[in-house]
Design a protein around this ligand. Sequence first.
Ligand SMILES: Cc1cc2nc3c(=O)[nH]c(=O)nc-3n(C[C@H](O)[C@H](O)[C@H](O)COP(=O)(O)OP(=O)(O)OC[C@H]3O[C@@H](n4cnc5c(N)ncnc54)[C@H](O)[C@@H]3O)c2cc1C
Length: 390
Amino acid sequence: MRVAIVGGGAIGSATAFFLRRLGGGAVEVQVVEPDPGLTWASSARSASSIRQQFSNAINVRMSQFGLELITHADEWLGVDGGPVELGYVASGYLFLATAAGAEVLRANHAGQAALDAPVALLAPDELARRTPWLRTDDLALASLGLHGEGWFDGQALAQALARKARALGATWRRSRVTGFVRRGARLISAQLDDGTRIEADAFVNAAGPWAGAVGALAGAAVPVHARRRTVFMLDCPTPLPRTPLVVDPGGVWFRSEGQGFIGGWSPGAGDADPDDLPLDQPDLAQFEGHLWPALAHRVPAFEALRVRSAWAGYYEVHPLDHNALIGPHPELPNFILANGFSGHGLQHAPAVGRGVAEWLLNGRYESLDLSPFACERVASGRAFVEQAII
Ligand SMILES: Cc1cc2nc3c(=O)[nH]c(=O)nc-3n(C[C@H](O)[C@H](O)[C@H](O)COP(=O)(O)OP(=O)(O)OC[C@H]3O[C@@H](n4cnc5c(N)ncnc54)[C@H](O)[C@@H]3O)c2cc1C
């Protein structure tokens, strides 16, 4: 079997790795990636954090496998016995809810507990005892990951997956897919911008925020939007202990990063969120407009926050339900989507890569059933909603 993967970020690299790990010499794998340094890729512009606090069981399970691979990276991804440094920092997420959000948090927690996710629900007085630096008087409930959550170096993960995939025999083409040859409901080959073509039995769309554009090249609608998110690096002159990744009810988040902090804001349902804004222009006005008011309210010491720098990356948003699209395109069965992660795809990359490889090699998911992410739900409009979106 011959598989061509469009995009060599974390998702494309994980798919290449698992195809060779599970399929060995029976599968020929080519990854097409114009920028092996991943300059603009989401995998290198991410907050690169991992959590078990999702509303859907399958998302919790995918994170649990991501955690296994990230925390045992030497065993999974080591090449010739060399160490794999992913910079993993163990630290929980802390989701905060006012009265309006408490029920959702409680329901999410019940689902997480059923999967042995070590997450504690905290009433405001208990939260105040644990985090005296945090304002709690307007909160109704919080949920805190006790272990099995944290953050890591996303670019290092993507590149370690790519290195291991190559060591197992996958090949990388430094090029861009500019078109496909299609015969009826089947893709035959991909056209590259170096003038060559790749013929394959299956083509995986792993183009992250550019998945919609790659879908258009194949003549297949892929409803994924590139939505810019700005991340601020912040210094706080007032000493504070290390913080978990705190998710405030209004869509602002922050966490410790080295000696300082990083933070950002995700627009809510009523906020403008245009597609394809330039990544070389982080939205600096968001600090005054959204971040600082919320942060200074939540953490009084943040009144004195200073912006050190900022960067921007694209969330690959699937607006129907903010959940991934994984599996064959309904109109084009040999065009496999692994897209639309809506801001949580890095931690799920290992599980996605393994699932797509199993599906391609054996015609079914074996380790984790990823069929809830099947792309048929786009046409039917049957949403598979993830409630715990940041
Ligand atoms: C600010 C921010 C914070 C985030 N925080 C988190 C987090 O804390 N935890 C988490 O799990 N996730 C987070 N995410 C989401 C996560 O980073 C993404 O879901 C994940 O990196 C997607 O990986 P990918 O491989 O699909 O896409 P990418 O890493 O973007 O890779 C896609 C690749 O496709 C290539 N490509 C595009 N078009 C073509 C073409 N025509 N031909 C060939 N190649 C092409 C590109 O060059 C690119 O390298 C965050 C994202 C952002 C932007």
